[in-house]
Design a protein around this ligand. Structure first.
Ligand code: FAD
Length: 304
């Protein structure tokens, strides 16, 4: 009878956003030797959020504080945290290997999250960092007293726009649809502000400028065609693209690339779990990512 492989860890978690940190902590608390890897921005998407909304017990906590607390919990649970990108994930007989990181485990939890979708219009790439930004909390102060635009109609877009409205002269929200997807509390708060303006059924066609952003070329679906809106900066928040390239190419994914999972968050690849923004059907909030994490870690623990 073949002997079970001797792996360096029982569980490896890839990605230390809220999902990955919560999964690693839970796995370690279940008594599993757990490694956690992250490629740079520890904490992921929530790190730069000025006030975390909608999470029970965390009224107005900053994303950075939440990340610090969660990392502290992971280290206290004796998670083996190893900063560094994971570049390769290989399935062997009944375990997984990360050849570039020198570790192996029977269970891998993929918590690599998502990137912010970009507009893909002319001018965007050239002006990124010079007026095109996806972090109002990092860059909003640069445009104090100026006119800016936010693209998108979800919670993230409204949240960032509300922050910008405290700093900037005018904030124009550009939305492709007739109504926003964001929570009504955000929408009401935005509608109550005199310096927030809304352009419904409108698409961005081009971002115009040389040294920085000067204007945005808009197309209004019900209007008379294109028009220029002068602005000093534009902040696109139009959704997420799951980062799942590490999973085997044949693993089942949805149209966006998110990995399809069962009730324990296991993919169709035995021993490989996917949680948070990396999986198909992520609920969109920190609480959803943490719930996924607990399920995956406990599923891994029960199955080992
Ligand atoms: C603007 C904005 C505002 C938001 N505000 C709120 C809010 O107020 N309340 C709320 O509940 N939710 C909010 N959210 C949603 C919340 O941020 C996400 O649901 C949550 O952060 C997803 O966490 P995650 O761990 O799944 O992914 P991510 O946060 O994307 O983390 C993934 C991590 O994996 C790492 N990684 C990726 N690839 C690799 C690799 N190959 N090797 C090693 N590491 C890797 C990344 O560096 C990152 O640290 C907001 C989102 C946005 C965009």
């Amino acid at each position: 009878m073949p002997r079970a492989p001797r792996t360096s860890h029982q569980v490896i978690v890839i990605g230390a956003g809220v999902a990955g940190m919560a999964a690693a902590t839970e796995a370690a608390r279940c008594g599993l030797k757990t490694a956690l890897f992250d490629d740079g921005l520890l904490g992921g998407l929530i790190t730069n959020v000025g006030a975390v909304h909608g999470h029970p017990g965390l009224n107005q906590t900053t994303g950075a504080d939440l990340v610090n607390t969660m990392l502290g919990e992971a280290l206290e649970a004796e998670v083996d945290y190893q900063p560094g990108a994971v570049t390769e994930l290989v399935a062997l007989n009944d375990y997984w290997s990360l050849p570039g990181n020198g570790v192996t485990a029977r269970r891998v939890i993929l918590a690599t999250g998502a990137g912010l979708r970009t507009l893909g219009v002319p001018g965007e790439a050239q002006l990124t960092g010079r007026g095109v930004s996806q972090c109002a909390f990092c860059d909003g102060g640069l445009y104090r007293g100026k006119d800016v635009a936010v693209v998108g109609g979800g919670d993230g877009a409204f949240q960032e726009a509300l922050h910008l409205a405290q700093l900037c002269a005018n904030v124009t929200m550009i939305l492709r649809g007739r109504k926003p997807r964001a929570r009504p509390t955000f929408v009401r708060a935005a509608a109550d502000l005199g310096n927030m303006h809304f352009r419904w059924l409108t698409e961005v066609r081009e971002i115009v400028g040389d040294e920085g952003v000067d204007a945005v070329r808009l197309f209004e679906q019900d209007g008379d065609g294109e028009e220029m809106l002068p602005i000093a900066a534009i902040f696109p928040f139009i959704g997420l693209v799951p980062r799942t390239a590490l999973a085997p190419a044949h693993a089942e994914r949805d149209n966006e690339g998110g990995l399809i999972v069962d009730a324990d968050m296991q993919t169709d690849q035995p021993g490989l779990y996917a949680i948070g923004a990396a999986r198909a059907g992520h609920g969109g909030q920190v609480a959803h990512a943490i719930a996924d994490a607990k399920r995956a870690a406990q599923g891994a623990w029960r199955s080992i």
